[in-house]
Design a protein around this ligand. Structure first.
Ligand code: CP
Length: 291
């Protein structure tokens, strides 16, 4: 059985650093393994552009054979269950299964029944381990280390698996992490701060999309109102520290959480994050299938 990657809180910080070190080597084109005898399959039960296709690119770069899955054209439409769908691919003898699903901790019902390594591509509002790893790689490339850096994660915190994963792992790595946004999007258990103060004092301003697909009721504020009150506007960006950077897991709703013209400004690392996504996914695939 390969090594699952379900949530980063399962991993010791030494193991997280080792994954980042491998990802950095792949970023530099060093020591790329060949897993042409391995098969990966990507089971995305929720929409995805970055995670799904960067896993695909990572698998190709490692020489793996790849099965992509289209839920709309599958036997899910004949009432087959999630469990039976995953178990079917496992019975084909694949080595790694990447899964995204809307249910938090969907993987619990699979553990002990699946031989392939499960790589979590995002579970509901729970965890998004490879997103956090690519965020960490981007931060380390920028600042060299983690301890003492301040990150504000701003926006729809309560519905964000990225916020939950990053808050836990960044604090464990010695960073100061605060959240900011409208009260309805914050969580009592996570430290929060006034957004304008946080923007002025943070090294990393990480903006989040409003996850409308997870809202029970529609939000009262318009996109324009949200942008003025809680978005990273052109005016707010000017108050950031000299070396501070802007991050966002994407997809971005331009002019809602982030001003359109900031998407590719000098401080923005959003497309760098996507580039790093390929390298961290190569590293977690290697960890999953290497014997
Ligand atoms: N950041 C991220 O998970 O993007 P996708 O939903 O496009 O995979």
């Amino acid at each position: 059985m390969g090594k699952h990657l379900l949530k980063l809180s399962d991993l010791h910080t030494d193991e997280i650093i080792a994954i980042l070190d491998r990802a950095q080597m792949f970023c530099q084109g060093i020591d790329i393994p060949n897993f042409s005898d391995k098969i990966a399959c990507n089971l995305f039960f929720e929409p995805s552009t970055r995670t799904q296709y960067s896993f695909n690119v990572a698998e190709e770069k490692l020489g793996m054979r790849v099965i992509s899955f289209n839920p709309a054209a599958s036997s899910l439409n004949k009432s087959e269950s999630f469990y039976d769908t995953v178990k079917t691919f496992d019975s084909f003898g694949v080595d790694a299964i990447v899964i995204r699903h809307k249910v938090n901790e969907y993987y619990n019902e699979l553990l002990g029944h699946i031989d392939a390594a499960i790589l979590n591509g995002g579970d509901g509002t729970g965890n998004h381990p490879t997103q956090s790893l690519l965020d960490l790689l981007t931060i380390r490339q920028e600042f060299g280390s983690f301890a003492g850096l301040k990150c504000v994660i701003a926006g729809d915190i309560v519905h964000s698996r990225v916020a939950h994963t990053n808050y836990e792992v960044m604090r464990r790595l010695g960073m100061e992490v605060v959240t900011a946004g409208p009260a309805e999007f914050l969580e009592d258990s996570l430290e929060s701060e006034d957004f304008d103060h946080a923007v002025k004092t943070a090294d990393i301003v990480m903006m989040l999309r409003i996850q409308r697909e997870r809202h029970a009721a529609s939000m009262s504020m318009s996109g324009e109102e949200f942008h003025r009150a809680y978005g990273l506007t052109v005016e707010r960006e000017k108050t950031m520290k000299d070396r501070a950077i802007i991050m966002h897991p994407a997809p971005v709703n331009r002019d809602v959480e982030l001003a359109d013209c900031l998407m590719e400004c000098d401080r923005a690392r959003i497309f760098k994050q996507m580039q790093n996504g390929v390298f961290v996914r190569m590293a977690v695939l290697e960890r999953a299938v290497k014997r």
